[in-house]
Design a protein around this ligand. Structure first.
Ligand code: HEC
Ligand code: HEC
Length: 333
């Protein structure tokens, strides 16, 4: 072989391996600043008000359901149910996602049908299968609680209690629900002892052979995009409109993997109980390889049991301590 070509090949080989060996901490660490809309800057008053609203069951028509019923801080800000249970025991169509790091997401919901947390917050209040509370009624209810009138005035002096300020306050609180430092974070910062060998191997498999980073990339382990994993249910997922015709893609938003140990069961339909099974589905070609609209990135990566075990060991290192917040026990009167 020509010497130059050999050199080029050797160089290519080493740089590829270096790229894989090299972990750039900033690729994996949560940025300190949280994206915030210009017309709803964070303030302590807004966050505190939003927190009260988030945990206040009076936001539901039955006075029994709050946001925390389905996004419970003790259950990884989810509910440990395959599908959510809301007003009068109604079963929702999907699994409740965690709200950790939703502040960084460009799309909310499994199908990404809304963008901002402000847009998202009012949906569950009105939804019949969630809190079943017409917003007009709720605004009247809140205006009759003197404590809330005062707190809204302090948080949003320019405005009355409206659905906009209600949504803004809740969104402000959600922007403080963030992942905390995990063993993985300490590892990428250079603490070699923060995780064990299996987890390190697992992280490599996650990036190389498993190709998980094709979709679970960055500090929040999501590309913010939508993919169909061939789970074989009837959920329409993301709807695409072409020439006025709506078509279902079955695509769902790539979920975060932060605190993934706390947020079982998995997938939009809550059909998977263990991380092993979730990894096998994602890594080895989806649940049904002949599913309609299966993502072209879902390919059988031929991960064996030992490799799946290592990826799971890595995923476990993404668990941080529970966020240190005081959960309100007294609400405005
Ligand atoms: C009855 C259970 C239930 C209640 C109550 C509830 N949610 Fe949810 N929440 C869900 C489910 C289920 C989804 C996913 C729905 C979907 O994707 O179609 C969701 C999605 C979300 C998301 C999007 C997360 C993501 O990653 O896409 C946010 C944010 C959220 N809820 C916040 C709230 C807030 C704030 C409240 C209170 C005002 C609330 N939820 C009340 C069940 C609930
Ligand atoms: C084509 C993009 C893509 C690739 C590649 C991919 N995933 Fe996923 N992953 C997703 C999507 C999308 C979901 C949610 C699917 C759904 O619920 O319909 C998901 C769900 C998961 C879940 C469950 C999360 C939850 O909260 O329910 C885990 C765990 C997971 N993936 C791990 C992995 C691992 C490990 C790999 C590599 C072996 C991988 N994924 C490869 C897109 C991908």
């Amino acid at each position: 072989m020509n010497m130059n070509i050999t050199k080029i090949l050797l160089l290519a080989f080493f740089t590829t391996n270096l790229l894989y060996a090299d972990i750039i901490a900033s690729d994996w660490l949560r940025p300190n600043s949280v994206p915030t809309p210009y017309d709803n800057q964070l303030s302590d008053k807004r966050i505190e008000l939003g927190k009260l609203l988030y945990f206040d069951k009076r936001l539901s028509s039955s006075n029994e359901i709050s946001c925390a019923t389905c996004h419970d801080p003790k259950l990884g800000w989810s509910d440990a149910l395959s599908k959510s249970i809301g007003h009068d025991g109604a079963k929702g169509p999907r699994n409740s996602p965690t709200i950790i790091n939703t502040a960084y997401q460009e799309h909310q919901f499994w199908d990404g049908r809304v963008k901002s947390l402000e847009e998202q917050a009012l949906g569950p209040i009105e939804a019949e299968v969630e809190m079943n509370m017409p917003l007009k009624k709720l605004i009247v209810k809140l205006k009759n609680i003197d404590g809330y009138v005062k707190l809204f005035k302090e948080a949003y002096p320019e405005s009355d209690i409206t659905k906009e300020t209600l949504a803004k306050a809740i969104a402000s609180f959600e922007r403080t629900v963030l992942s905390t430092e995990s063993p993985f974070d300490r590892y990428v910062k250079g603490d070699e002892d923060a995780v064990n060998k299996d987890a390190k191997d697992g992280f490599k498999l996650f990036r190389n052979k498993g190709r998980c980073t094709d979709c679970h990339s960055g500090f929040n382990f999501t590309d913010g995009s939508f993919h169909n994993l061939g789970l074989g249910d009837k959920d329409k997922g993301r709807i695409k409109t072409r020439k006025g015709v709506e078509t279902s893609t079955g695509e769902m938003k790539t979920p975060t993997l932060r605190d993934i140990t706390k947020t079982w069961p998995y997938f939009h339909d809550g059909s998977v109980k263990t991380l092993h099974e979730a990894v096998a589905i994602c890594g080895n070609g989806g649940r049904f390889t002949d599913a309609k609209n299966l993502s072209h990135l879902i390919i059988d990566r031929d991960l064996n049991i030992d490799e799946i075990e290592k990826i799971v060991a890595f995923l476990r290192t993404l668990e941080g301590k529970d966020l240190d917040i005081s959960i309100p026990t007294k609400f405005p009167r």
